[in-house]
Write a protein that binds this ligand. Structure first.
Ligand SMILES: C[S@@+](CC[C@H](N)C(=O)[O-])C[C@H]1O[C@@H](n2cnc3c(N)ncnc32)[C@H](O)[C@@H]1O
Length: 542
């Protein structure tokens, strides 16, 4: 397979492995809800470090990634500033200002910036996950080649073309540059398609949009309003059960009076909510069409829709340049038909992805979660503020559910001190017990664990068990305690752990500051000792 070479590639090739790990620090005062790390997340920080911070909890668990990185038009003024270990890279960076159209190395810098991020994003994707990337002609050809290399060309789905605007773009010379693209890859495409039992209609099946079922043989359905933009002349209908209904002002009845009577008799009207609604059955809609490579502006809208919506949400214009339409991201998320999906956007901007997730959940009762990362200072004032507003409700919004508020919550996080051997030795950066446990388990096994999946701490500090090995952590985030014998793997402790190992036919790894037992005795006990904080430093440099 031909591969793409670019200045910086040799230095950045394995950079994702050595990016130091920092814990996520929740800020309950800027969050809505419990401030829990397992809720929706908005992370303020560089996504290179944020993606690394997410690995212990989310490696292999993200179902859908949507990113909208700088297109590298030469006008955005983005800065390449990843401080890799290589002196050549540091020299390159020392010359760096914003990447503009005059910069002859702007493509190299963009690729060097994207490479480690795409590597980390791939680690976060679940086996049946999909990544969508918005891009335009400036980098689409480079991106495709780079993604072929990182994700495998066999996992490429499609480059969908989107008409971004209905007018002529000002900067157009020969052609009207009014389109951009969404490039999509699976982590492993064999999960999809005809031969897969589980995902046979995965991309095209609409089941998840029809979450209700009365178990009356009619199958699953969703609830739709009885009104529409332009169908029947307005009338007032009185249902058999006495409920009176007419279309809200500005809209029209979707059904005739007679059809409403028939639907009521057939039990196809739901009276439970604030107004009667129609049950729309999956069996009555056309399902299973593969999505089109040409995105339909009727569904995914033009950029102007995103701009207008943001103006409505903030009550003023110019808050953020060219936010994507919510409908575009909703459409992409819906292709996966997974109402439980974790959706990640590491170039969050105005927070459109989080908005799309909350809107879809409200629409179909789903339980999707979002994780967004934004490095600029507006992560709080724009990205998170938009989500606060759409959760609470937006006056004047055209969409009724947005007016009323999408509900939900999120936890606002920053990145804590980078965990390093030195920081732990001096006591300057001591991660919490759970954070360190999750990081060590991830580093040792490549797996991600939620707090609830860490073993309940027993007297010896068991944190995790896999098929053949138990992992123990003897630690407290307290420098004085770490300097006492309590933090040491002593002979009696090692023997107790060894006894459990031989009873269960397993091995053990114990992370602790020191051991007071010879190495050969540990070996006989089937116990391996990993010294803190050096084990952390070794993992960093691995
Ligand atoms: C094109 S905008 C995304 C717009 C977004 N899709 C929307 O609808 O609002 C790209 C965003 O990525 C952010 N960004 C660029 N580099 C980043 C990095 N290294 N880490 C985190 N965010 C980054 C920029 O600050 C910008 O807000």
């Amino acid at each position: 397979m031909p591969t793409l070479d670019f200045k910086g590639k040799a230095h950045i090739y394995a950079h994702h492995l050595v990016v130091p790990w920092s814990p996520l620090v929740p800020h309950p005062d800027r969050s809505i809800g419990t401030g829990d790390i397992d809720d929706n997340l908005i992370i303020h920080g560089d996504n290179l470090h944020a993606l690394k911070a997410l690995l212990p909890r989310y490696a292999g668990r993200v179902k859908c990634i949507y990113i909208d990185p700088p297109y590298n038009t030469g006008n955005e003024g983005w800065v390449y500033n990843d401080n890799g270990n290589s002196p050549a890279l540091q020299h390159w960076l020392s010359e760096n200002g914003p990447v503009d159209g005059e910069d002859l190395e702007r493509h190299d810098k963009w690729l060097t910036m994207m490479w480690p991020r795409l590597q980390l994003l791939r680690q976060l994707l679940s086996d049946d996950g999909v990544i969508f990337v918005s891009i335009d002609d400036n980098e689409v050809h480079h991106l495709r080649m780079m993604m072929d290399e990182i994700f495998g060309e066999e996992n490429f789905f499609v480059t969908q073309v989107r008409r971004a605007m209905h007018t002529v773009r000002n900067s157009s010379k020969d052609f009207n540059l009014n389109a951009d693209y969404v490039v999509s890859y699976a982590k492993d495409k064999s999960w999809f398609g005809e031969s897969s039992e589980r995902y046979i209609r995965y991309i095209s099946d609409k089941t998840a949009r029809y979450p209700r079922d009365d178990h009356d043989g009619k199958g699953s359905y969703k609830l739709d309003p009885l009104h529409a933009r332009n169908y029947f002349e307005p009338y007032t209908h009185v249902f058999e059960n006495g409920v009176e209904w007419s279309a809200p002002s500005g809209s029209y009845p979707r059904y005739s009076c007679q059809r409403l009577q028939e639907m009521e008799a057939a039990g196809e009207i739901e009276f439970g909510g604030t107004e009667p609604r129609a049950k729309r059955y999956l069996k009555d809609v056309q399902a299973g069409q593969p999505p089109d490579a040409l995105l339909d502006p009727g569904i995914v809208r033009f950029n102007a829709t995103g701009t207008t919506l943001l103006r409505t949400i903030f009550g003023v214009g110019g808050v953020f340049p060219q936010p994507k339409p919510v409908e575009l991201i909703q459409y992409l998320i819906e292709l996966l038909q997974d109402p439980q999906a974790v959706v990640l956007d590491s170039f969050a901007g105005s927070g459109t992805t989080g908005h799309a997730v909350l809107a879809l959940n409200k629409q179909d009762g789903g339980n999707r979660r979002f994780i967004m990362v934004e490095c600029e200072d507006y992560a709080d004032e724009i990205t998170a503020e938009r989500i606060r507003r759409v959760i609470a409700g937006v006056d004047g919004a055209r969409d009724e559910s947005l007016q009323e508020g999408l509900g939900g919550g999120f936890t606002y996080c920053t990145l804590g001190e980078r965990t390093s051997g030195d920081g732990m030795l001096s006591g300057e950066s001591l991660p919490t017990y759970d954070d360190l446990a999750a990081w060590l388990v991830h580093s040792a096994t490549g797996l991600s664990v939620g707090t609830d999946e860490l073993a309940p701490r027993d007297e010896h500090g068991l944190i995790y068990s896999d098929d053949s090995c138990d992992y123990y952590l003897i630690y407290r985030p307290d420098i004085e305690w770490l300097q006492t014998n309590e933090s040491v793997l002593t002979a009696p402790r090692a023997e107790a752990i060894g006894a459990l190992c031989s009873e269960r036919g397993r091995r053990a790894v114990v992370f602790a500051t020191a051991r007071y037992i010879p190495q050969d005795e540990l070996k006989d006990l089937r116990v391996m000792f990993a010294q803190l904080p050096f084990a952390v430093a070794e993992i960093e440099e691995a």
